[in-house]
Design a protein around this ligand. Sequence first.
Ligand code: PGA
Length: 257
Amino acid sequence: MKKRRRYIIAGNWKMNKTAAEAVELARGVAREWGNEAGVEVVLCPPFTALESVARTLEDSSVLLGAQNMYPADAGAYTGEVSAQMLRHFNVSHVILGHSERREYFAESDAFINEKVLAALGNDLIPILCVGETLEQREQGDTLGVVDAQVRGGLKQVTIEDAENLVIAYEPIWAIGTGKTATPQMAQEVHASIRGILADLFGSGPADTIRIQYGGSMKPGNAAELLSQPDIDGGLIGGASLEAQSFSGIVGAAAKAR
Ligand code: PGA
């Protein structure tokens, strides 16, 4: 039986692609998957390419996401971008709390929580990223670290808003390293995240929230990861920078059960 939750495959292009290159990549993805109804496909280019990619995706079912935002509506925040500015480009999703932002830009759970609330308040779907370092995993702290990040990131989120959340479990040691969590390792953490969501919002809403896996997901390992009961999609970095490999992962989701 197919899972009740619709798979969501998102490409996190990080700080890659000029606007022109981004349009080319988006065209390639839209050509393959622009009419796909079974899988939610989201492309997250850098800010500088959002407008041109938005135009490229206008007549396709492929959705547009941003990689970050600032929680305030407007004001003196040099270099930052607000939820409303993103909405203007038809952005529907926003990645928040990615481990690279936590590490290089010192983002705390409290700050990420402000962003999650601002995103939801502006009808953006937050993709809240959580995940442990290698050291934390080796010390047996994985579930505790993820628990604190999920609860910290979702403070004050209402039950009504909960169904608009997406969580991405991304073990930091698997990001961009070619090392993937085994399907069993990932499933254990995904199940534990669903348990936390049930504790926060009740089991009904928790059953509807998609939890993506991220960390060296590729066409070759996607099917097995996606077949796990609590893995509802992927957040793809490296393999999303090329239409063919990204399409391979979307294809695996389209076939997964
Ligand atoms: P990766 O990145 O697929 O290159 O490991 C995933 C991510 O950071 O979202």
